[in-house]
Design a protein around this ligand. Structure first.
Ligand code: HEM
Ligand code: HEM
Length: 222
């Protein structure tokens, strides 16, 4: 309807390979599943807070449970959720390695490093009319970079927490690993929100077809 200046062609390649698209949606699934395990652990099941309920239930059966005994029973449930967290976590750590491989083996113009360098250069050299576009593109790539760093941190600390019993030096830093792992989760949640808002916004304004290109890889434009 209007000659839309915002739809000036974006000079980056926005078409993702099949491997990269598969990676993206598998990553989305696993990160969401990890967040759901935490939702269950901390909000829905909250096993620790069930100690008095276990004690009351048992006392109705004439069994007296000490707090310690009740706590070990509640732990059965939370351990099951943690087991799922670790399985999904191991898959996520594998996916992170796969992303590294795609970066190292992929065609050079599609590599993340090359796109980021090109976006930086474009941002510095863009004429004022294109500056906003270049800035937005650079910002989105920087959020992806941050996410990849956070994914590495959460995977490495998660692996540390999984295997800390096997290595004394990991055992000694277990508490720090927990703190870092936990804090990184909030960063990932923040990325999720910003990413979703950004992608939907771009889809509705300047980048029609962006989401379907991440699904089907087609280059269709309206
Ligand atoms: C998006 C990804 C992930 C999120 C949001 C996440 C979140 C969390 C949170 C909030 C905790 C509790 C930490 C605390 O005690 O304060 C935790 C614990 C843990 N996470 Fe993750 N994590 C993720 C990925 C991973 C990965 C990749 C692994 C590696 C296998 C992993 C393994 C573990 C282990 C072993 C624990 C300790 C469980 C326990 O206390 O028994 N996590 N995770
Ligand atoms: C846990 C959730 C998600 C994570 C961690 C995530 C992560 C990422 C990452 C890292 C990239 C950049 C890939 C690269 O260029 O190297 C990306 C791109 C993209 N994501 Fe997601 N994503 C998530 C959910 C979603 C959802 C729900 C949608 C659709 C509504 C979506 C749509 C897209 C699109 C369209 C792109 C390409 C954007 C562009 O070319 O700048 N993502 N995502």
């Amino acid at each position: 309807m209007t000659p839309d200046s915002a739809t000036l062609p974006t000079p980056t390649t926005k078409d993702y390979s099949a491997a990269m698209r598969l990676w993206h949606w598998a990553n989305w699934l696993l990160v969401s599943a990890q967040l759901i395990t935490i939702l269950f652990q901390r909000v829905i099941v909250k096993a620790k807070t069930a100690v008095p309920e276990y004690q009351e239930l048992m006392s109705r059966e004439g069994i007296s449970l000490s707090e310690k005994q009740a706590r070990s029973l509640t732990r059965v449930i939370s351990e099951r959720i943690w087991d799922w967290h670790v399985y999904i976590g191991l898959a996520l750590a594998g996916l992170w390695l796969l992303r590294l491989l795609l970066e190292l083996r992929g065609p050079s113009p599609r590599r993340f490093g090359a796109r980021l360098t090109a976006a930086l250069r474009r941002y510095r050299l863009a004429p004022p009319a294109r500056g906003e576009n270049a800035g937005r593109n650079l910002f989105s790539l920087l959020t992806y970079l941050l996410f990849y760093i956070m994914l590495a941190v959460i995977a490495l600390t998660g692996l540390g927490l999984t295997y800390h019993h096997d290595f004394e030096w990991l055992d000694r830093i277990e508490h720090d690993l927990e703190e870092i792992h936990n804090a990184t989760m909030y960063g990932i949640i923040a990325f999720f929100v910003v990413h979703l808002v950004g992608v939907v916004w771009a889809e509705l304004t300047s980048e029609k077809g962006l989401v379907s290109r991440m699904i089907s890889g087609s280059q269709e434009r309206e």
